[in-house]
Design a protein around this ligand. Structure first.
Ligand code: IMP
Ligand code: MG
Length: 181
């Protein structure tokens, strides 16, 4: 797996340190509110699991699966709901937890979709943000790191469903996606 990685971009230590800081921010903001934290499958799974374990306030979790990508590295702009939530959102304080915001289409879709279900509030928390790639005006309320226009994998993020189990975030060698298996 590491043979395909050009460079480790964010180490385990840096991930863990930043996630503790975000957890503190969320604990403050949602004190006494029992928020519903929504993990967007599959990319956010590691971030979500680590983040909720650092939070000290009572909270609930649910999962939703969205697909916006084909097999390549460029978004199609087309977002599809693959698995819906089991929890009703009416009156809830919802936190959408995503791996990365790239063009912004996924987050825009999610906010619009969940807003029709009458939650009390919706905020978004993303591990990574690539602002230079944005095509629609949408920004996370909480975020881990801003990154350049580079395709990253690991810590839940994939290329063609691979590399999700890499414990850190790395930059894929361009030769890997230029080959297009
Ligand atoms: P958006 O709709 O273009 O904002 O795309 C968001 C989704 O694209 C994320 O949830 C990821 O699944 C995927 N994505 C965007 N950039 C990367 C990347 O650098 N590595 C892996 N997946 C990415
Ligand atoms: Mg994703």
């Amino acid at each position: 797996m590491y043979n395909d990685i050009e460079q480790i971009w964010i180490s385990k230590e840096d991930l863990s340190k930043r996630i503790k800081e975000i957890a503190l921010e969320l604990d403050e903001e949602y004190k006494g509110k029992n928020p519903l934290m929504i993990c967007i499958l599959r990319g956010a799974v590691m971030f979500f699991a680590d983040l909720i374990r650092e939070m000290k306030i009572p909270l609930e979790i649910d999962f939703m699966s969205i697909s916006s990508y084909g097999a390549g590295v460029n978004s199609t702009g087309e977002v599809k709901l693959v698995k819906d939530l089991d929890t009703k959102l009416a009156g809830r304080d919802v936190i959408i937890v995503e791996d990365i915001i790239d063009t912004g289409y996924t987050l825009q879709y999610l906010k619009k979709n969940l807003n029709t279900r009458n939650p009390n509030s919706i905020k978004t928390c993303c591990l990574l943000d690539k602002p230079s790639r944005r095509e629609v005006e949408t920004y996370p309320d909480f975020k881990g790191f801003e990154i350049e226009n580079q395709f990253v994998v690991g810590y839940g993020l994939d290329f063609d469903q691979n590399y999700r189990n890499l414990p850190e975030i790395g930059i894929l060698k361009p030769s890997v996606y230029q080959e297009e298996k």
